[in-house]
Design a protein around this ligand. Structure first.
Ligand SMILES: *Cc1c(COP(=O)(O)O)cnc(C)c1O
Length: 444
């Protein structure tokens, strides 16, 4: 029973609120304690008791309220439907894992043969299977290595190829990746020195050539993945820098392994290696659509040195990441790929069906055109035509606090639920989440 924000409960009501030990013995809550841990259940009980004391719910409703507010797992992270229209939303953990990757994680989460050859019973190379998958997907790479994230890939490259030496980088590629973290500072933290060349808007191959010398560790090309520079600009491509006698490292950011026709300005690993890069670094949880990790692809010799460096041990990924990455590489199109490639007319049709269904349920809903984006530091300025279900603005906050939580975006006084970032199989769950909030609003 929802009483709204009524006055605090009276003495009588307060006395009728069940005690914690009594509630912990209630079968549903006792079962949950076995699954989630006593602390998690006690916190849900305490919150429900508080609501009863505040007069928000009836004393008899405490057990039901506690059960309803139990988290889906013992971790604090809650499932969210990403209806923001931002495909790779940093706040929502960037790429959602594919079903294939989730299954692989579940399989690998117990004891697994991550460093053991079951045929011989002997120790085997960690991640051998995922590294093979990477080389199959990018035949231009002689070798591959996986670390914790894109930043870790850069740190390892700098530590191995430029210890106490210079990294030559264009002033137009001194990128802040987000949350105050900057690539130049990250590289400098390894003890390498940055040798800046060119200007913010223009850097020519000759600028690099003039800076390369005895102290050079490598030339670094950084993809400006989260901003766009237009006008009087000039940059140097990898192919123009490979003849300078020092390694060229290309940080492509997004993790595209091969060219993506929909995103012609996004660099990819295969093209960079074909152009002569010695090493490519990228993230696993951007456009590749996999788990958070950092990929290092390139020539055999530098990759082998990276993998044997002491820091490689500090930056190595766990078995769950290895499993998810391999399933991402070998599995079907990822949710990120599906969302990117979804036909705008199909997205529009989904929005119309959903809006009609919600109107039938009494919700002021309409299908509207929308503009989605890749996000997550990828494909800046690229607009993906999309469609959304528009509902009244107060839904935005209510949906965010619901179960599952739904993140839309507020535009012109309406809450837009953009469907390009929502996997189609979740349309029904999304409709139900909105309908539940409509019922709650009615009840108030
Ligand atoms: C995202 C990005 C990084 C950082 O990668 P993380 O996986 O977030 O650590 C580095 N360089 C570029 C160009 C990026 O886009």
């Amino acid at each position: 029973m929802d009483r709204g924000a009524g006055p605090a409960a009276g003495e009588d009501d307060r006395r009728r609120i069940a005690r914690t030990d009594v509630l912990l013995a209630e079968p549903r809550l006792a079962g949950a304690a076995g699954r989630l841990g006593r602390g998690v259940v006690k916190a849900a009980i305490a919150a429900a008791q508080r609501r009863a004391r505040d007069g928000e719910i009836a004393p008899e409703a405490v057990a039901d309220a506690a059960v309803a507010s139990l988290p889906p797992s013992a971790a604090g992270l809650r499932p969210v439907i990403n209806a923001t229209g931002v495909l790779l939303h940093t706040g929502l953990g960037r790429a959602p894992l594919s079903a294939a990757a989730r299954e692989a994680v579940a399989v690998a989460s117990g004891a697994t043969d991550v460093e053991l050859d079951l045929a011989t019973g002997r120790r085997a190379g960690r991640g051998r299977s995922v590294l093979a998958a990477l080389r199959e997907r990018v035949p231009q790479a002689e070798a591959a290595h996986v670390v914790n994230n894109g930043a870790a890939a850069l740190v390892l490259a700098a530590a191995v190829l430029a210890p106490g030496r210079e990294i030559v980088i264009s002033r137009g590629e001194m990128v802040e990746i987000g949350d105050g973290f900057r690539i130049p500072e990250l590289l400098a933290a390894t003890g390498a020195r940055l040798r800046e060349v060119g200007t913010t808007n223009r850097t020519a191959p000759a600028d690099y050539a003039a800076a390369v010398g005895e102290a050079t560790g490598f030339i670094l090309k950084v993809h400006p993945s989260n901003f766009r520079m237009t006008g009087f600009t000039r940059g140097a491509g990898v192919a123009e820098l490979t003849g300078l006698g020092v390694p060229v490292v290309a940080d492509i950011g997004s993790g595209l392994l091969a060219p993506e026709p929909l995103l012609p300005d996004e660099p990819d690993a295969a093209s960079m290696l074909r152009a002569g890069a010695d090493l490519v670094t990228a993230s696993g949880d951007k456009l590749l659509g996999g788990p958070q990790c950092g990929l290092l692809l390139g020539k055999d010799e530098p990759v082998r040195r990276l993998a044997r460096h002491p820091l490689a041990r500090a930056l190595r990924v766990d078995k769950l990441t290895l499993a998810a990455l391999e399933a991402t590489l070998r599995g079907p199109l990822t949710p990120t790929g599906e969302a990117l490639h979804a036909d705008a007319a199909v997205v529009r049709g989904r929005a119309e069906r959903l809006a009609a269904r919600l109107r039938d349920a009494g919700v002021d809903a309409a299908a509207v055109g929308s503009e989605a984006a890749v996000g997550g530091g990828g494909a800046p300025g690229v607009v993906l035509p999309s469609a959304a279900v528009s509902v009244p603005e107060p839904y935005a906050a209510r949906l965010r606090r619901g179960t599952p939580a739904v993140m839309g975006r507020v535009e012109d006084g309406r809450c837009l639920l953009d469907l390009r970032s929502v996997p189609p199989e979740l349309d029904g769950v999304l409709a139900e989440a909105v309908r539940v909030q409509a019922d709650r609003a009615e009840a108030r």
